[in-house]
Design a protein around this ligand. Structure first.
Ligand SMILES: [Cu+2]
Length: 142
């Protein structure tokens, strides 16, 4: 019986150490931090910019997303949905950001983004326009 308890304690301690190590791990050195990229299938070029710099941990903030075709023509009437999270922590976004306005010239406002911890965040945008859709993932380190 005592032996079983020792084994259980050891398992719990190892699990806690593993979770702690994962939480504290620095982001990968070769993380692509570009704020402008092609979508996965190459349908769109997407640039993101926070509406106000710097992006801080804590407050809600907005981003302006600019969508163009690969040759630079603005994409109008797009629908953008937002997902993301912290890959090293295994959790998603703490809020449900949404596209709230089309600003013209391929620019769209995403409101309700909050990063509630420091570390590596992924911001995933799914973009649909003209019956086509494609997605792109941006990396941010706070
Ligand atoms: Cu986290």
């Amino acid at each position: 019986m005592k032996k079983l308890i020792y084994v259980l304690v050891a398992v719990v301690a190892l699990a806690a150490a593993f979770v702690g190590w994962r939480m504290m791990a620095p982001p990968p050195d070769d993380l692509d931090l570009a704020r402008s990229k092609q979508t996965q299938a190459g349908m769109f070029t997407v640039a993101i910019a926070p509406e106000s710099e710097p992006v801080r941990q804590g407050p809600l903030h907005s981003w302006i997303v600019t969508v163009t075709t690969p040759d630079g023509a603005p994409v109008e009437d797009a629908t953008i949905s937002v997902d993301g999270g912290m890959p090293q922590h295994g959790h998603g976004l703490p809020t449900a950001p949404a596209m709230t306005a089309a600003l013209g010239e391929g620019r769209y406002r995403i409101e309700g983004v909050r990063f509630n911890m420091g570390g590596w965040w992924e911001l995933k945008l799914a973009i649909a326009a003209d019956g086509r859709s494609d997605d792109v993932t941006f990396n941010l380190v706070l």
